[in-house]
Design a protein around this ligand. Structure first.
Ligand SMILES: NC(=O)c1ccc[n+]([C@@H]2O[C@H](COP(=O)([O-])OP(=O)(O)OC[C@H]3O[C@@H](n4cnc5c(N)ncnc54)[C@H](O)[C@@H]3O)[C@@H](O)[C@H]2O)c1
Length: 317
């Protein structure tokens, strides 16, 4: 198959490109390198059936792509960290546009090719949930105007556009609501929790928690997320389906900090320095019954194994 991966030079996208290449697909990565990096494509670029095109998907898409069979849309800043230069706060307008105009452009590309489409949505569409765990039927508790709305509402509108194409244009499109994913290749300046803890631990700096670190997170290793995304794309008869992709194992943020400290054998202190950011969800855990029923998908990588692989990557990066 010939497959477009928008956002393929990013963290999840680059692992997805590599997986698709190992399955002998032809892969075209469309990425403007806003929050991604060509270094992430080091392995992918070794395959002759891989093509990287530096382009902004909110603009007119390249016309020389040939007949395409599937489009994965993963292009979007994804870091919620207020202090990061590549977070969706700093890149607010880019985030709103890539999930709306960018989604529309990529939907049109899929439609004109009669290709399948997958939109990488987010658990953030549930906002600060009043239901835990969150099933796909939960409509969320989202502020339309708060600081996180530039991401949350853009993802929600991306979902609306995608479901419009399914309803009105008969497009075979699917929506993945990805929950927190971790693993190698998140950029150091991205500021996501686990990467931060690992970088702090490896450099013997204090491991810093927001508040007391008692908010919970469930983290899914990137290879499991990629398996979830590809299953959702390639299994037949799932047009219009929305599926949570994430792990149900929930831990307090301070527990992740402790695990990182132990696995890195670091002398770093775990300190509580900053207040909780506004609208930061206190709990976040997917209900993955739908993924297990429709896709026969379950996360497999255990936390110590995934954290160790991630630590090894940053030790040598
Ligand atoms: N990582 C997670 O935990 C997580 C959780 C929920 C949802 N998601 C979603 O999954 C997708 C991938 O996330 P990630 O963590 O790999 O993020 P990332 O920032 O590492 O990757 C996103 C990629 O999209 C590219 N991009 C951004 N705007 C673009 C544009 N206008 N045109 C072309 N390329 C553009 C970036 O350069 C980058 O390579 C995103 O849509 C994100 O919202 C991720």
């Amino acid at each position: 198959m010939k497959i477009v991966v928008a956002g393929g030079a990013g963290f999840i996208g680059s692992h997805l490109c590599e997986y698709l290449l190992t399955k002998s697909h032809e892969v075209i990565c469309l990425d403007n390198l806003l929050t991604g990096n060509k270094k992430n494509l080091k392995n992918a670029l070794k395959y002759k059936q891989f093509r990287f095109i530096k382009t902004d998907v909110t603009h007119k898409l390249p016309e020389d792509l040939g007949k395409i069979d599937a489009v994965f849309h993963l292009a979007s800043p994804a870091s919620p960290n207020l202090n990061s230069p590549i977070s969706y706060h700093t890149l607010a307008m880019e985030t709103m546009l890539v999930n709306t105009q960018g989604t529309l452009n990529l939907l049109n590309l899929a439609h004109s090719n009669k290709a399948r489409f997958l939109f990488a949505s987010s658990s953030e569409v549930y906002g600060d949930p009043q239901v835990n765990p969150q099933p796909e039927s939960y409509r969320g508790n989202v502020s339309t105007t708060g600081p996180r709305s530039v991401y949350d509402e853009a993802k929600r509108f991306g979902e609306t556009l995608t479901s419009y194409f399914v309803r009105k244009k008969n497009l075979d499109a699917r929506i993945a609501r990805i929950f927190n994913t971790y693993g190698p290749r998140i950029l150091p300046q991205d500021g996501r929790m686990l990467t931060n803890f690992i970088l702090q631990a490896l450099s013997s700096k204090p491991i810093t928690l927001y508040g007391k670190g008692e908010q919970t997170r469930s983290l899914c290793y990137v290879s499991d997320t990629v398996m979830g995304l590809t299953s959702l794309m390639f299994i037949d008869n799932l047009a219009g389906e929305i599926v949570n992709i994430g792990t149900t194992k929930e831990h307090m943020v301070k527990e992740y900090a402790k695990m990182v400290k132990e696995l890195t054998h670091s002398n770093s202190q775990i300190v509580s320095t900053e207040k909780l950011p506004q609208d930061d969800p206190l709990v976040r855990r997917p209900d993955i019954n739908k993924a297990s029923t429709l896709l026969n998908w379950f996360p497999k990588v255990k936390l110590p194994q995934g954290i160790t692989e991630t630590i090894n990557y940053y030790r040598h990066a």
